[in-house]
Ligand binder design. Sequence first.
Ligand code: SF4
Length: 480
Amino acid sequence: MTEIYKKYLKIQQEHVDAFVLMRLGDFYEIMGPKAQEAAPILDMTLTKRGVGVDEHGVPMIGFPSCTADVNIGKLLTVRDVVVDDGDGELKLIKQPEKAKPLNDHNSRAHALLSASSAARWLTCPPSAVAAEAYPNQDTDFTKEGTLAHEVAELFARHPDINTADLVAELGGADREMIDCAIEYRAYIEEQKKDNDALVLLEQRVDFSPWVPDGFGTCDCIIIQGDTLTIIDYKYGVGVAVSAKDNPQMKLYALGALNDYGIAYDVKKIEMHIFQPRINNVSADSLTVDELMAWAEKTVKPIAQKAAKGKGTYQPSEHCKFCPHAGKCRALTKLCTEYVETHSLRVAVPVLAPHEVAEVLAMEPSINLWLKRVKDQAMTTMMNGGEVPGWKIVEGRQGLRKWSDELKVVETLKAAGFNWEDFTKTELLSPAAMDKAIGKKKVAELLPDFIERATGAPVIAPESDKRPVFNRLAEAQKDFE
Ligand code: SF4
């Protein structure tokens, strides 16, 4: 690879969100994936620059230095600009409005066929267009996840960052979030085997050659030797996410390969899920040939259909992440047809054990379907629509609470009560303690004082990894 492009990539790596302008003679050039983004902003035609890797070169646009002011002005409407005039000092020109935090994850654009929803639209292609009819709803979990990613990115990007500065910039980050971000940073470092490794954080990648308008933001990309590594940071605790054959990860890898494969001789892909709150680290790998075969034979034809809302509606475990579930006829059919089928078996008026098993197997689908239909009906009526025979009423009132705590204290004191009479100090629960002082400290200082009540018996499918509940042993305990 040419020295110029090596230097360019290094600057881009340090200013991953900015356009990098490198002066070469009387021209400024933007190279690599950001050139593709900048070309329509500057209304310029994309060309290629040879960078000594193969005969194709990398995307590039260039303009004379006398037009720099105008063109930098246009680029600043989208991103900060870093200028390398070759004098050893980089000039960082910030966008005019800097009210947003430097790594605002909330303001990111959203793709119809996103990598994060790929498992769903690859199974049920029309779900992508169907889901577009529903507004994106932020929940406490999604807000927590967004904040956790911002904290993780800041730590990974700025190894010397002061925790107090970080908390001031991103209000709401608790100790557990910061500890997890530190573990994430260490995990990235562990994966770097080469001092010259290219490390890109929160990098937008473009997989549109296979998925119409397909792009996504990858938490971490590392390119070293002939290996491209994708790391996805997960902050949730509900499900241990597996990297095995994970379509989200594979689409990120495809995008990274599309953007950087031209400059690096990548042969192998590694995909890692790092989910620190439940100690889940999962990894999978495949060759570039295997990834390309999947992209061409599986992704491309399905994505073409999905982008047009075509294909077959296919209920599956992915329905639980589908905004359309509350109105979906295919899901309704799956749940109601089943009941109808059973109503035909009238010869014996009692369910046989195998029929009980069949009903239990339907539980997740039917529960999901009922809940989502109910939520959808609520949304319809709250927005002034009608659901024949149903209305919205006020539910049970909430618990009583003080409207002015200060006044309550003053009143009680004036009435002769002591502070201890009306307040109590409580030890935090283990979960709250994790957040307050950090999981590591809890594990270091308090492991001997944590206990759990035995779980009550629950029904689970035979495939469940937990051992069968030992009824006799539990009954014995009752007599001891
Ligand atoms: S609810 Fe399920 S079947 Fe219906 S569109 Fe969504 S993913 Fe497809």
